[in-house]
Ligand binder design. Structure first.
Ligand SMILES: Nc1nc2c(c(=O)[nH]1)N[C@H]1C(S)=C(S)[C@@H](COP(=O)(O)O)O[C@H]1N2
Ligand SMILES: [Mo]
Length: 193
């Protein structure tokens, strides 16, 4: 009888301990979910944007959190898109100027081209002049002027932080320019040479 009581007491104590631990775990998740996930999740850690090549002073690896902490001007706009089916559509993006980001990373005067490559290998090459341009157009609206940006939010939805949460976006170079194909999703590396 005494033996059973001891076992029962031990079991109860273990149960209470588990409940306390679970409760504590929930509490800390509420407090600072974002920070905890970033620090402990090795998958998220790998989802950094790399800026490299002979055209920059050194290789820079940035998480979305670090980019958002860089005090770059936030750009939010409805970007006009023409795709290869002839479909015209607007998408709302939030992000920052690619040229401003490269300037902060330390781009050299000798830099000529910028290759933007995604996690799936999709890649687009631009000249430095293309990246600096602040007058990409919307063929249906002569008033509109766009910069080339790296967006982290599309139509009010932030990209999945574990899936390279960066997208290259710009307007059209000229009327008829099928610009949507240049919107490289899941940007992984920006190589400046
Ligand atoms: N990483 C990556 N980005 C990409 C592509 C791709 O295959 N991989 N396709 C491009 C093309 S051809 C188009 S039309 C658009 C499609 O964008 P959506 O998937 O948001 O509709 O993404 C562009 N960006
Ligand atoms: Mo496309």
């Amino acid at each position: 009888m005494l033996q059973i009581n001891k076992q029962l007491t031990a079991t109860l104590a273990a149960l209470i301990l588990i409940m306390v631990l679970v409760a504590a775990g929930c509490g800390s998740q509420d407090n600072n979910d974002q920070v905890l996930v970033t620090k402990s999740d090795p998958v998220a850690e790998e989802n950094v944007l790399t800026i490299e090549g002979s055209g920059v002073v050194g290789t820079t690896r940035l998480t979305l959190q670090q980019i958002q902490g860089m005090q770059l001007d936030i750009i939010q706009d409805d970007y006009f898109a023409l795709n290869n089916w002839g479909t015209k559509q607007y998408f709302s993006f939030k992000g920052m100027s690619l040229w401003q980001l490269l300037s902060k990373a330390g781009v050299k005067d000798t830099a000529q081209q910028v290759v933007i490559t995604s996690e799936d290998g999709y890649s687009i090459t631009y000249t430095i002049a293309d990246v600096k341009r602040e007058d990409y157009i919307d063929e249906t609206n002569p008033e509109k002027k766009y910069k080339m940006i790296i967006a982290w939010e599309e139509n009010g939805q932030a990209y999945d932080p574990t899936q390279y949460p960066f997208r290259l976006v710009m307007g059209q170079k000229e009327p008829g320019d099928v610009n949507k194909q240049n919107w490289v999703a899941k940007v992984k590396t920006i190589k400046v040479d």
